[in-house]
Design a protein around this ligand. Structure first.
Ligand SMILES: [Zn+2]
Length: 302
């Protein structure tokens, strides 16, 4: 993921707040239907494919594995293929979309990216940045499978979130920009009650910031839901503006929220470095986010 300069000051405030924040979480508070352990295992499997930049052979192998895994669930899976123009030339990209059908005609989307930043010369597997969001969505698919529901639930794995050169309006969030345009053309966007994007939510010291580009009402719903589940301590009262895969939807008027923990390791030193490995993650953190998302879906369906 990437953030804008406006949020740089937030890093310091979060670091200060963290010193007084308890880091433990009792898994008993999490909804049993979502398994943080399963989310961590999916993340581990996805990371095992190695560095997974958009358009890479490793990414293609990961996609084939995910498509096979998703066959186990009661959902329809669509491959949204497109070619992105990047500073490194055209790249073949693929968003994966799992749809769990409801009956209301309305829809809820939970999204996250599954590519990793291309870091030539560096061992970078993106366990938290690209891995955790992908793995959490796989476990969410397992939790949603076979349930009757009111609204359609879309799970979307975005390709090409990371910039190839320098983050800009044209380099980065390729998958979400593509899908927002496609869903606008197909009149899917007006059906979406809420879109919640997750990024870097596997950190064992989980502290999700109040992302200020996001919809305030949707953010309040999620924060209130976290409080109801007894996990509010992981959802900070500190904010910052972060550009992420929710932006193309926000810009088209969708009620959208980004859940991101942008304080990963001391001074965010694990972010976009070879320290972003699976040992920095925890099943508890993934369990908290998964449980809050499932409960929020229920609230939105009311
Ligand atoms: Zn990133």
């Amino acid at each position: 993921m990437h953030r804008k300069k406006t949020a740089l000051t937030i890093r310091v405030s979060i670091a200060a707040a963290l010193t007084v924040m308890p880091a433990s979480f009792s898994a008993a508070a999490a909804e049993p239907a979502f398994s943080g352990a399963s989310a961590l295992e999916y993340t581990r499997r996805m990371v095992s494919f190695g560095a997974r930049p958009a358009g890479s052979p490793e990414m293609r192998r990961l996609q084939a594995w995910m498509l096979a895994e998703l066959k186990a669930f009661k959902c329809t899976v669509a491959e949204d293929n497109f070619t992105a123009s990047t500073p490194l030339g055209p790249k073949a990209m693929k968003n994966l979309i799992a749809r769990f059908p409801g009956t209301s005609g309305k829809a809820i989307a939970i999204t996250g990216h599954y590519d990793t930043k291309s870091m030539p010369g560096l061992y970078f597997v993106g366990a938290n940045d690209g891995g955790a969001s992908g793995g959490l969505l796989m476990a969410l698919a397992a939790a949603l499978s076979g349930r009757t529901r009111k609204d359609d639930v879309y799970l979307v794995w975005f390709d090409g979130e990371e910039a190839f050169a320098q983050w800009s309006d044209t380099d980065g969030i390729y998958g979400s920009r593509h899908l927002a345009e496609k869903w606008a053309a197909e009149s899917v966007l007006p059906r979406i009650k809420a879109l919640i994007n997750v990024d870097m939510i596997g950190d064992r010291d989980l502290d999700i910031l109040m992302e200020t580009n996001s919809s305030a009402t949707l953010r309040k719903l999620v924060w209130d839901t976290a409080a109801k589940l007894g996990v509010k301590k992981h959802f900070l009262d500190l904010g910052g503006a972060v550009e992420d895969d929710h932006m193309p939807f926000l810009r088209r008027g969708v009620n959208a929220l980004n859940l991101i923990d942008f304080n990963y390791g001391p001074g965010n030193s694990y972010w976009h470095t070879d320290k972003d490995t699976v040992d920095k993650l925890s099943a508890e953190s993934l369990g908290v986010v998964g449980a809050v998302l499932l409960e929020t879906i229920k609230e939105l369906e009311k």
